[in-house]
Every structure is written in structure tokens, then in C-alpha cells.
Design a protein. Structure first.
Lengths: 220, 249
């Protein structure tokens, strides 16, 4: 029952996004442009590549995520469909989970487009398996907090401004963990702290809290 | 709505009577707190600059520590009050907890800003740099950003019930996040070993220094309490005023 509801809401959002297509292409292009800008900003050469590339990748991902997260509930609010969604006899946790999965899916698609371009532009042949795991865990952490806060920010006049101000300080552990784990793939460091464990712990903690707290935030 | 109106009119009458009796418009407990914090501040300034001995290693800049440490502790604890107020608000649905949380945010951010400023000044003279990405400093800065985010969110959302709930959730997430931030920055910095710098006073302070620290802490706590009471009443009045305005429209 819970799962059916979640999938129904998720499917509604996927169909909505598939019809518009604007968010997908916009976020993907944005991520690639950030990577190109970084190339100029840091004047990348072979010797500095390993130090700068993971940071560039994650800044691009975080910025692109914010663009996508802002749309979580803003469109629903503008069209007035949020009230109808809340009137449905659906558990609030199912709504949160559907929105989270939707955000992870959209950000994930953008990341899958940006990753090969990143490897080509920065000339870094990386193992796909571990990198995808880091990207998936990191994205989950950003989306878990981001989905909750995008609902809060959407209730104000200044949502585009407020969303990054609320989210960036909170996701610092995810950013640190993801960047470090990615740079470990490029140049392994001995006795490195368990970065993946840090991100996974962050994901579990904030996924559960956000799921419980969602009902307090979404009600009018 | 009628109930709310009645309540507000009673409060209005109450404040008017207060204002008529005392020109400053402060209640007696507030006045006592004001006087106490003023006196303790004067005493602690005397103790910090004249009574306390000069530190053998750091010299005079060490005296910043008497301002820095109490305000840092209060700035941190104030966020605890915000989170506590948030949890109690979600639990009891009593607005007074929200006013407490909001007051703690607006006063706490001042203390935390002061902490960052005094820490920087001390760091410049002792470490030779305004800032270092050490776990404590970085976490304080991140906490400061969370404070600002909280105040901005509450400011944009006004004095509504939705605003109180959103603030409570933000505070709870923040209070859980801060230790994780500290730990992750700690791990991150272990890769770049630095000279271990002692933060603040020497491990064994002479009794005069300890006494100065205690008096200065007391002064800061009294000042914080005084400001908390004032901002709490301000929050209460703003909420009632907004509700009154909404009922007129």
C-alpha cells in the first residue's frame, strides 16, 4: 500500500518531467558549463588535475542538484496541485519518499550525462563501479536534506535564494566525503578515513529524520 | 478569533500600564537583570585588564580569551535552546516555546558573530593568520551559516504556525548535523597535518585567571539572559500584532 502510493506519486512526477523536458536538459547543460568554467578558473594542467578535478565535479553536481531540488514542490504550488496531493488519503512519508526518489532520479540522470563528459574533458579514466557508488551515495545525501528544505523554501517569496543558504551548510559532510572519496579513486591515500561510511551514515540519519519531519513542513 | 482578540487586548492594556509606570518600559525582573549584567560587566572588564596576570607565553592578546570563550559557549548553547524550543513546540504545540527558540536565534547569532570576530583577532596576533580551517573554527562558521539560514527562513515566513514548524525542523536537523560536520572536518584536516595550536588559555591557569574567567562568564550569561527576555517579549508582541492585523483585514 505504502509502496504503491509512493510509486504512483513518483510516476506522476516522472510523466510531468518527461512532458516538459526543460529541467533535464537545463540541469545537464548547467553541470557541463560549470566543469568548463572550472577548467578556466584553475588553469588545469596534468599535474594539478588530480587535486582539482574531484572538487570541480562535486561543485558542478551540487549546483545542478540545487537547480533541480528547487523545482520539487514549487511547480506543484504554482499549479495549485499541492493542496490536492495533500488531500489524498496518502501517508506524508510516501509523498516525501516519492519526491526524494524523483529528485534522485532527475539528478542521477544529469550526473550520468555529465560523468562521461567530465572524464573526457579532464582526461581521467576512472573505474565506473566505485565512482557510481560514491555518486549515488552523495546524491542521496544531498537529495534527502534538499527535498525537505525545498518544501520550506518554496513556502517563501525568495525560494531560489533561500534554498542554497539552507542546504549548503548542512551538506558539508557529504561534500567533504564525496570529494575525498573521489580523489581517493584518482590517487589512493593510505590510512584514509572511511569516507563512504561517513556519507552512508549521513544518508541514513538524515533520510530517517527528514521522512519523519516532512509532515510538519508540508502542512499549511 | 474572538479569543485571540480578547487575549491581545488584555496584553495591550498590560503593556500600556507598564509603560506608564516606568519610563524605560522594562519590567522589574528585566531591570534587575540589566543592572546586574551592567555591574558584572564593569567588574569583569576591571578584572580582565587589571586584575588578571599577563600570560607568560601569549602576553596581552591572551586577554581576548575572557571575552571569546564565554561568548562561544553561549553561542553554541543558544543553538541548543533553539533546537529544544523546536522539539517542545512540535510536541506541546505551545507558541511560547517558539518565541523562546526565535529569541535564542536572534540573540545567539550576535554572540557567535562576536566569537568569530574575537577569535580572528586573537588568531592574527598568536597564529599570525586571521583564519585556519581547523575543525572547531570551521564548525563554528558552519553553525553561524545555519543560524543565518534559520533567521532568514523565519523572517521570510513571518509569525505563522507554518513558520514555527519549519523553524523547529531546521533547528533539529541543524543540531544533529553540527557534530557530524565537526567530525568530517576533523577527518578532512587529518590529511593536512598542522602544528598543534593550543586554543585559548594554558592547560593550568593560575587562580586569578580562573576567577576572571568565571566573572566574565557570569557577565556574559547575565547579558544573554537580559537580551533573551527582551527579544522573547518582542517576538510575543510581533506575533500578536501580526495576528491582530490579520484579523482586521
Amino acid at each position: 500500500m505504502f509502496l504503491t502510493q509512493t510509486i504512483a506519486i513518483l510516476w506522476k512526477d516522472i510523466r510531468y518531467e518527461l512532458r516538459s523536458k526543460q529541467t533535464w536538459t537545463g540541469m545537464g547543460l548547467f553541470a557541463i558549463i560549470v566543469l568548463v568554467i572550472f577548467n578556466f578558473a584553475f588553469d588545469l594542467r596534468v599535474d594539478t588535475m588530480a587535486a582539482v578535478a574531484p572538487g570541480a565535479l562535486w561543485v558542478a553536481f551540487v549546483f545542478a542538484s540545487i537547480l533541480g531540488l528547487g523545482r520539487t514542490i514549487a511547480a506543484e504550488r504554482e499549479k495549485g496541485s499541492l493542496d490536492r496531493l495533500l488531500l489524498c488519503p496518502v501517508d506524508r512519508k510516501a509523498i516525501y519518499l516519492a519526491k526524494l526518489l524523483g529528485n534522485m532520479l532527475f539528478i542521477g540522470v544529469v550526473e550520468l550525462i555529465a560523468l562521461p563528459i567530465f572524464m573526457i574533458l579532464f582526461n581521467l579514466p576512472l573505474q565506473a563501479g566505485p565512482l557510481l557508488l560514491i555518486v549515488a551515495l552523495g546524491t542521496m545525501g544531498i537529495a534527502a536534506v534538499g527535498t525537505l528544505f525545498s518544501v520550506m523554501a518554496a513556502a517563501t517569496q525568495a525560494r531560489e535564494l533561500l534554498l542554497p543558504i539552507l542546504i549548503f551548510p548542512l551538506i558539508v559532510p557529504v561534500v567533504i566525503g564525496s570529494v575525498r572519496a573521489t580523489s581517493d579513486l584518482i590517487a589512493p591515500v593510505a590510512n584514509d578515513p572511511p569516507w563512504l561510511g561517513l556519507i552512508a551514515a549521513f544518508d541514513v540519519i538524515f533520510l530517517s529524520i527528514s521522512m519523519l519531519a516532512f509532515e510538519f513542513v508540508v502542512e499549511e | 478569533m474572538a479569543l485571540v482578540k480578547q487575549e491581545t487586548s488584555v496584553t495591550q492594556a498590560g503593556t500600556r500600564r507598564h509603560a506608564a509606570a516606568r519610563p524605560i518600559g522594562l519590567s522589574i525582573p528585566s531591570l534587575v537583570l540589566l543592572v546586574l549584567s551592567f555591574v558584572s560587566m564593569m567588574v569583569s572588564i576591571y578584572m580582565i585588564f587589571i586584575y588578571a596576570p599577563t600570560d607568560a607565553v601569549e602576553g596581552n592578546p591572551q586577554r581576548i580569551f575572557y571575552f571569546h570563550m564565554p561568548s562561544a559557549v553561549i553561542g553554541l548553547c543558544a543553538f541548543g535552546i533553539i533546537a529544544l524550543g523546536g522539539i517542545m513546540y512540535l510536541w506541546k504545540k505551545d507558541e511560547r516555546w517558539d518565541w523562546l527558540a526565535r529569541a535564542a536565534a536572534e540573540v545567539g547569532v550576535v554572540f557567535l558573530t562576536f566569537t568569530l570576530l574575537t577569535g580572528s583577532i586573537w588568531g592574527k596576533t598568536i597564529w599570525g593568520t586571521w583564519w585556519s580551517w581547523d575543525a572547531r573554527l570551521t564548525t563554528t562558521l558552519i553553525l553561524w551559516f545555519i543560524y543565518i539560514g534559520y533567521i532568514m527562513l523565519r523572517g521570510y515566513m513571518g509569525h505563522t504556525f507554518a513558520s514555527a514548524r519549519a523553524g523547529a525542523v531546521l533547528a533539529i536537523i541543524g543540531v544533529i548535523d553540527v557534530p557530524i560536520v565537526y567530525e568530517s572536518v576533523n577527518w578532512w584536516r587529518t590529511l593536512h597535518p598542522q602544528a598543534v595550536l593550543p586554543l585559548g588559555g594554558a592547560p593550568q591557569m593560575p587562580p586569578q585567571m580562573l576567577l576572571t574567567l568565571a566573572v566574565s562568564s557570569l557577565a556574559f550569561i547575565l547579558l544573554f539572559s537580559f537580551l533573551m527576555v527582551q527579544v522573547y517579549h518582542l517576538q510575543k508582541m510581533q506575533t500578536l500584532a501580526q495576528r491582530l492585523r490579520a484579523s482586521l483585514e
